[in-house]
Design a protein around this ligand. Structure first.
Ligand code: EPZ
Length: 432
């Protein structure tokens, strides 16, 4: 099994290019099969969750051609509506649930294995199902662990979401794009990837208004057409590099970003004493001295993203004073703090709140990545710690970060992806 070996203690300095957003690419790839014409999608991140979804659409008959590493030509005309979407990878990723909305909208029938994803607490899909049912679909669970949604007619409806859910908002947008008449989603999620999906569907001929606000209006259309579309930059990958720059007292310019999407992260970094400057499509983060404390509460966009909570906690673990981080989106997203404690962090978790007593430095350790974002956060901690750390279960990190080690190395980090004892010895020999 591959690990990351890291020798910490080096400040990250330089420039890094951010890839396309994984969480926008997932619903967009699902949406691409809703037309029988060809769709070209650019700026697709090369990460394992995306490869799994591309394989899933291939497995039901879609044509998928890789034009280059980040561009794909997709044609969904040969999909067999009866074929269930199921394989071991579909069951591991979360984004596979977008195929329920997409196929239900196009074919009025979808049979999809229930989604997996990171273990960050209970992740129900009741709001997705409530939305499909409101459009007139019959939704039931069928063995082995599949959701089957079927409708003779899909008819637009007024849907009030009980919780702000990115997944449910996108899924209902997908199905209702091809329903009869008007659908209104109230209390919709406003994340940049929700807007990106709406823009993509509109470029295929859908009629969606209001994405990015909490009321989205979708006028259903009979058919969607081909398009070429480029996915937005990944807000969370960018935020992760911002935290890495701050935690290693570095100076990093993060390119190919939309600074507006990073405002809640920039604001917190400014508050703790980082220097931040913005260009049209770049943000520079520099930290010369020990940073200060703050309080953070995760919230739906435009609030502070839950997907940045572990990285922020790692940073605050090194800051001066007592910080409080409250997780309000997922019920158990602090499991990684046990691993961080092994590196010397002083964190007490009470319910959905972490109380962090900043320490002067972390110590190197052997830790396990418990999920995607927490895994990335532990890499940041290891880069800030003196000495050799080893991180296992990195397949989680590779679900969502393209070329993570290569990008970090370019910034001066001493990190390698190692497979064998020999690789480890070589790494130690090289960086000692
Ligand atoms: C998406 O998950 C992302 N995943 C997550 O990113 C991200 O953390 C999350 O949105 C919040 O921004 C993908 O886009 C594939 P939600 P999703 O539905 O859609 C509750 C990452 O690291 N809820 O917005 O599953 C839910 O339990 C991943 O890239 C219901 O109660 O999240 C949670 O408390 C991790 N019923 C809250 O809503 C539902 O039917 C928000 O979840 C749906 C959600």
């Amino acid at each position: 099994m591959a690990h990351y070996m890291i020798k910490g203690g080096t400040s990250l300095v330089g420039e890094v290019e951010i890839a396309g957003a994984k969480n926008a690419a997932l619903p967009i790839i699902a949406a691409s099969v809703m037309t029988n014409e060809t769709v070209i999608i650019d700026n697709v991140p090369d990460v394992s969750d995306i490869r799994a979804l591309l394989d899933a659409i291939r497995s039901i008959g879609a044509y998928v051609e890789k034009i280059n590493r980040h561009s794909f030509k997709i044609n969904g005309s040969a999909i067999n509506r009866q074929t269930a979407v199921d394989n071991e990878y579909v069951r591991k990723i979360r984004g596979s649930y977008y195929l329920i909305g997409a196929l239900l909208g196009k074919y009025r029938l979808a049979t999809v294995a229930l989604p997996g994803g990171c273990d960050i607490g209970l992740r129900p899909i009741d709001q997705h199902l409530k939305g499909f049912r409101a459009l007139g679909a019959d939704v039931r669970f069928v063995p082995p662990g599949m959701a089957r949604a079927e409708a003779e007619r899909l008819v637009g409806s007024h849907i009030y979401m009980d919780v702000v859910s990115v997944g449910a908002t996108c899924n209902i947008m997908l199905a209702s794009s091809m329903a009869e008449g008007l659908t209104i989603i109230e209390n919709a999620a406003k994340e940049p990837h929700v807007v990106d999906l709406a823009n993509f569907l509109n470029s295929m001929g859908a009629r969606i208004k209001g994405a990015g606000t909490d009321v989205i209006r979708i006028n259903g259309v009979d058919r969607l057409h081909g398009t070429e579309y480029s996915i937005i930059p990944d807000q969370i990958e960018a935020g992760t590099f911002m935290m890495a720059a701050a935690a290693t007292k570095g100076d990093v310019t993060i390119r190919n970003v939309i600074p507006k999407h990073l405002e809640s992260i920039s604001a917190k970094l400014l508050e703790v004493g980082c220097q931040i400057s913005e260009e049209d499509d770049a943000v520079r983060v520099a930290a010369a001295k020990r940073l200060g404390r703050t309080t953070v509460k995760t919230l739906p966009y435009p609030g502070f993203p839950t997907d940045m909570q572990p990285q922020m906690t790692v940073l605050l673990g090194l800051s001066n004073g007592t910080s409080i981080v409250t997780e309000s989106i997922f019920e158990s997203r602090f499991k990684y703090t046990d691993e961080l404690t092994k590196m010397g962090a002083q964190i007490r978790v009470e319910g959905n709140t972490a109380i962090i007593e900043g320490v002067d430095s972390y110590s190197a350790a052997y830790v396990k990545a418990p999920d995607l974002r927490a895994g990335a956060a532990l890499v940041i901690a290891a880069m800030a710690a003196e000495g050799f750390s080893e991180i296992s279960d990195i397949h989680y990190i590779e679900r969502g970060y393209e070329d993570f080690t290569e990008k970090l190395k370019k910034l001066g980090a001493q990190i390698d992806r190692v497979e064998t004892e020999n690789d480890k010895r070589n790494f130690k020999f090289r960086v000692s």
